[in-house]
Design a protein around this ligand. Structure first.
Ligand SMILES: *[C@@H]1O[C@H](CO)[C@@H](O)[C@H](O)[C@H]1NC(C)=O
Ligand SMILES: *[C@@H]1O[C@H](CO)[C@@H](O)[C@H](O)[C@H]1NC(C)=O
Length: 376
């Protein structure tokens, strides 16, 4: 997302009082008179159309902002900003504070085509960082990025910038018509159930079980990494997210199902998260456990949830920890094919990385631009 931010020539006037960046940038080759003013300000609900339709989809049809924009704006832990030039909104980016406001995760960044490479993203980013620093609680900055970006980023950049790779996921993107998915027989797997809020709370209270199930000490919902901090519970169970836990290997019938279904005895955990996209209803599934031995049970629960959707087209993303991927790929393939879905239908298996580093408030100057902090 930061492509094109280098080599931009602009002059910024940073207004401390209003927390907005006013920037005069000199368009492309014509460095004469064509200077336009960019203002960064807090995003409003009334900016919805300009942000969602004006800037356009940035995740190849799987953009979630259309669905989540208002929710993000209503969340007191989200710091959303737009970049405005004249009457036009040309950029959006938001910071989300998780882990009881100790971690800043930046999301949904975008700059309108034709305005990229001019430092707008840089200004949005800096505004989020300044605002987050004002909270006085933020210790960690986390970012998720796709493999293509990560390779560029990890090419020495991540290390130089002090980033550590935390989570590395294989991302299987599957698109199908819901009507083609056979109805799931709920009695097939008796070792798995949807977690109640109380059970999710128990999980957050139980360090031993948490560490046993989660490889990175974090649970990831829609690529937002969440630590075992009770303020994060609302991100794991809500109107868009369900969690499931299981007890022992899949395909356990009634007779074989364990009676003791306490959180402390869970052997696997998963979450499913949904949001509307231009490609149909989007689902994201994540799985946790030592070796994903109960994977089939969880997939079945996710399928059941997906089959209750009203949308015709489903865009499903299955995230698997890279370290477990080769062990479970064949089983994933088989499970899906039982539902008439070929894993090979989309050979473009992506990878997602989540980095984190110690949060340090932004400096007034940066390698990608010169900031003039003197007010005129
Ligand atoms: C459940 O977990 C507890 C704590 O680890 C253990 O003492 C108990 O034996 C387990 N029960 C079963 C049925 O595995
Ligand atoms: C965002 O700002 C921070 C603090 O100035 C900086 O370290 C980071 O590289 C910036 N990120 C991007 C994507 O520009």
């Amino acid at each position: 997302m930061s492509t094109g931010l280098r080599n931009c020539s602009f002059l910024c006037l940073f207004k401390l009082c209003s927390w907005s960046w006013t920037c005069l940038f000199l368009n492309g080759g014509d460095k004469s008179k064509m200077a336009s003013e960019v203002v960064i300000r807090r995003a409003q609900q009334s900016d919805y159309n300009d942000v969602v339709y004006g800037i356009g989809d940035v995740f190849n049809g799987r953009d979630y902002l259309k669905t989540k924009y208002l929710e993000l704006l209503e969340d007191p832990d989200v710091l959303p900003f737009v970049a405005e030039m004249g009457d036009e909104i040309v950029g959006f980016y938001c910071g989300q504070l998780v882990d009881n406001r100790r971690t800043l995760v930046k999301r949904a960044g975008r700059v309108k085509e034709g305005y990229r490479g001019k430092g707008i993203f840089f200004m949005l980013n800096n505004t989020i960082e300044f605002e987050a620093a004002k909270e006085g609680t933020v210790m960690v900055g986390a970012m998720a990025c796709k493999k293509d970006n990560a390779e560029r980023v990890s090419n020495g950049f991540a290390e130089r910038k002090g980033f550590r790779l935390n989570i590395h996921l294989k991302v299987y993107s599957i698109k199908f018509e819901r009507s083609k998915v056979p109805t799931v027989d709920p009695s097939t797997y008796q070792n798995v159930h949807e977690m109640t809020l109380t059970e999710v709370e128990e999980l957050f209270n139980d360090e031993v079980t948490w560490n046993r199930l989660l490889h990175h000490e974090r649970i990831c919902v829609h690529y937002v990494p969440l630590r075992r901090v009770k303020e994060n519970i609302r991100h794991v169970i809500n109107h868009r997210t369900k969690a499931f836990m299981s007890f022992g290997p899949s395909d356990v019938n009634d007779a074989g199902a364990p009676l003791d279904r306490k959180v402390q005895n869970a052997t696997m955990l998963s979450t499913i998260h949904f949001f509307k996209t231009n490609l149909g209803l989007g689902f994201n599934s994540d799985f946790y456990g030592a070796d994903l031995q109960d994977l089939e049970s969880h997939l079945q629960m996710h399928f059941r949830h997906i089959s209750e959707a009203e949308d015709a087209t489903i865009s499903w993303v299955v995230n698997i920890d890279v370290n477990l991927d080769s062990k479970v790929r064949e089983r994933l393939k088989q499970s899906l094919s039982a539902y008439g879905i070929q894993l090979t239908q989309n050979p473009n298996v992506q990878e997602e990385y989540i980095f984190e580093r110690r949060f340090s408030p932004p400096r007034a100057s940066d390698e990608r631009g010169t900031l003039n902090t003197h007010l005129p």
